[in-house]
Design a protein around this ligand. Structure first.
Ligand code: NI
Length: 171
């Protein structure tokens, strides 16, 4: 188990499409997930996708109780989500600020579906099915985009709302 280096935007590996996990209850999978948890915690993140640490498998983790990087965000249960599928519920999208550990120091406003259904599996292969909205829905959409090589700046529609965290949220 180890804290891994996080690939940063500009590294072409972040644009790769990750492959589905085929084997659950697997030592390599468990090590990957432990590394992801340690890396996310060490960086005070709200979520992390396997490709961000250079493993191109469809595995994301997310969740937090309270987070200095998102002081106003609601709590999201800690979740390991493998081979996820997202289905939007309705067409409504909402704009809000996002950050990403692969894009350090920056924030941007990104439209996301307000309400989604998602499913996937935990590391034992147990199915997860949830209907969520708000920040939980946003985090899942953000993390799952990483599995298809999409970083949040690619989704920004108005670049007036993209910049350095310290400037945007200056007292
Ligand atoms: Ni990210």
């Amino acid at each position: 188990m180890a804290i891994k280096e996080i690939l940063r935007m500009g590294n072409p590996d972040l644009l790769k499409i990750s492959a589905p996990v085929e084997k659950f209850n697997d030592k390599d999978l468990d090590v990957l997930i432990q590394d992801m948890i340690e890396t996310m915690k060490a960086n005070d993140g709200a979520g992390l996708a396997a490709p961000q640490i250079g493993i191109f498998k469809r595995v994301v983790i997310f969740g937090f109780e309270s987070n200095d990087r998102y002081p106003d965000a609601e709590e999201v249960p800690f979740t390991v989500l493998i081979n996820p599928i997202i289905k939007p519920k309705g067409q409504k999208k909402v704009n809000d600020w996002e950050g990403c550990l692969s894009v350090p120091g920056l924030r941007g406003v990104v439209p996301r579906y307000d309400s989604i259904y998602y499913e996937g599996y935990d590391e034992q292969g147990t199915k997860i099915e949830r209907d969520v909205d708000g920040f939980h829905a946003r985090v899942v959409q953000h993390e799952c985009d990483h599995l298809d090589g999409i970083l949040y700046p690619m989704m920004i529609e108005d670049f007036r709302y993209f910049g350095f965290h310290d400037e945007i949220f200056k007292e």
